[in-house]
Design a protein around this ligand. Structure first.
Ligand SMILES: [Mg+2]
Length: 137
C-alpha cells in the first residue's frame, strides 16, 4: 500500500507543511509539490525591481489576438485582475495596471535555476510546466 502525501511549497520555500504518518505499517511515499506563485510576474519583478509591490500583469499581445492576462502580481490580483482575463477587462478592473509582455526565455532560465536548486536535494524531479515540480526525496 502506498500513501502519497503532497506538500505545497508556496513562493520560494516560504511554507512547507508537516507530514504526520497516521497508518501503521503503510509504505509512505513523500512527494514535494512545488508551485511558484505568480511566476511570470515574479520573474518580471526580479528583473525590474522598480515593479516590485506594484500592480503588474504579464499579458499576451492584443494585436495578435492573444490579449489575455497570463499572470498577475499579488497587488494586481487584489485589485481584481485574474489569469485568463482579457487585457481590456484587466485594465478596467485595475486602472493603472502595468502590463508587460511575456519573456519566455527568461522564464525558462528561472525555471532551470529553480530545478537546479531542487537537484541539490533530490535526483528525482519531475517538471510540470515551467513553474511546477514534483520532487521525491
Ligand atoms: Mg504557479
Amino acid at each position: 500500500m502506498v500513501d502519497i502525501f503532497v506538500l505545497m511549497l508556496h513562493h520560494s520555500y516560504r511554507t512547507i507543511g508537516e507530514v504526520t504518518l497516521q497508518k501503521e505499517g503503510a509504505t509512505v511515499s513523500i512527494i514535494l509539490h512545488s508551485d511558484l506563485n505568480c511566476f511570470y510576474a515574479s520573474v518580471e519583478m526580479n528583473e525590474a525591481p522598480e515593479l516590485k509591490g506594484k500592480k503588474v500583469a504579464v499579458c499576451g499581445s492584443t494585436e495578435n489576438r492573444h490579449g489575455i492576462v497570463l499572470t498577475a502580481s499579488y497587488p494586481a490580483k487584489r485589485s481584481g485582475v485574474k489569469t485568463g482575463m482579457a487585457n481590456w477587462q484587466a485594465q478596467q478592473a485595475c486602472p493603472g495596471l502595468i502590463m508587460v509582455p511575456p519573456h519566455y526565455e527568461l522564464y525558462l532560465k528561472y525555471s532551470r535555476i529553480v530545478r537546479r536548486i531542487y537537484k541539490r536535494y533530490s535526483e528525482t524531479i519531475e517538471a510540470f510546466g515551467m513553474d511546477e515540480n514534483w520532487v521525491r526525496p
